[in-house]
Ligand binder design. Structure first.
Ligand code: SF4
Length: 292
């Protein structure tokens, strides 16, 4: 086993042990990743062996009894996906470890219970970005697990996907402190967002989603620097470093405003996302939250 492969393996095991320590017992894994993990580890190969001649075509009887030496091929060419998948998982695990140990915002470090890094499929086509952890997220170390998170889970389910299919992260990884208050949340300051956003940039660079959904004005501000009202921006495609980005309302807004028209607005934004991802859309789905 090569040193590089061993390092990747150790980083992956370390990451899984960290998840286990936090009580996470199941993680989403794509079938392609499982197949990749079933492959034997690559061996170090002398260059001349890697230049094996092609097998002669035609009658098998003409094939020499002694196998022609070939380079071990634990990964399908040309993109070497298993190695790439392992490297990606290791890179995300390393990024997570850096974020979990981060102390760039001392006032948030003293107030936080957990750093809320992000959760989901690191190969997801769809990335949801919110604002910052609330009290529930801070306690559990996972984004969108409170009331707004449960609504987000329902919205994702309505598209035919699950939380395990997508990736969910926030602009800020630590809960904005609220000194003197026992409850409530506050919006991250521009300085806090600027300090933390490099982690999200790195996450997006690793995941490389096909579409990003920015949940609420703060997510749009953090990713695009745009401070126009979310009611103006929502429903209109934006671009984050070449990736299509759909701004929509934060689920917390829908909890405060139960109007059917606002639910429909968010749903229409999600329908655009589904179309962009070429997800199947039934007639029933198209008509969600329409008045009858
Ligand atoms: S908010 Fe981000 S930058 Fe600040 S301490 Fe937490 S992880 Fe570090």
């Amino acid at each position: 086993m090569s040193d590089g492969y061993r390092q990747l393996l150790e980083a992956t095991i370390q990451h899984l042990e960290g998840l286990k320590a936090r009580g996470i017992r199941h993680i989403p894994v794509e079938p392609t990743t499982l197949r990749a993990l079933a492959q034997p580890p690559p061996k170090t190969v002398a260059p001349q062996k890697a230049m094996a001649p092609p097998k002669p075509p035609g009658n098998p009887a003409t094939v020499p009894a002694t196998p022609v030496p070939t380079a071990p091929s634990p990964v399908p060419s040309p993109t070497h996906p298993p190695q790439a998948a392992a490297e990606k998982a290791a890179a995300m695990a390393a990024l997570r470890e850096r974020a979990l140990a981060c102390t760039r915002c001392p006032h948030l470090v003293t107030a936080r219970t957990n750093v809320v890094f992000g959760v989901g499929n690191i190969n997801a086509q769809l990335l949801f970005v919110g604002e910052a952890p609330g009290a529930d997220e801070d306690q559990q170390g996972e984004p969108f697990v409170g009331a707004a998170g449960q609504l987000l889970t329902k919205i994702i389910s309505a598209t035919g996907l699950s939380r395990a299919d997508v990736y969910i992260a926030n602009i800020l990884k630590c809960r904005p402190d609220t000194p003197g208050q026992t409850a409530g949340n506050r919006k991250p300051t521009p300085a806090e967002m600027a300090t933390c956003i490099p982690y999200l940039h790195e996450q997006i660079d690793l995941i490389r989603p096909q579409v990003i959904v920015a949940l609420g004005a703060t997510a749009v501000e953090g990713l695009l620097g745009k401070t126009a009202g979310i009611s103006k921006l929502r429903g209109h495609w934006q671009t984050y470093r070449g990736t299509p980005l759909m701004p929509t309302y934060h689920p917390a807004y829908l909890l405060r405003n139960q109007a059917m028209s606002e639910k429909r607005n968010v749903w229409e934004d999600l329908l655009q996302v589904m179309e962009k991802l070429a997800l199947p859309i039934s007639e029933k789905q198209r008509n969600y939250f329409l008045k009858v």
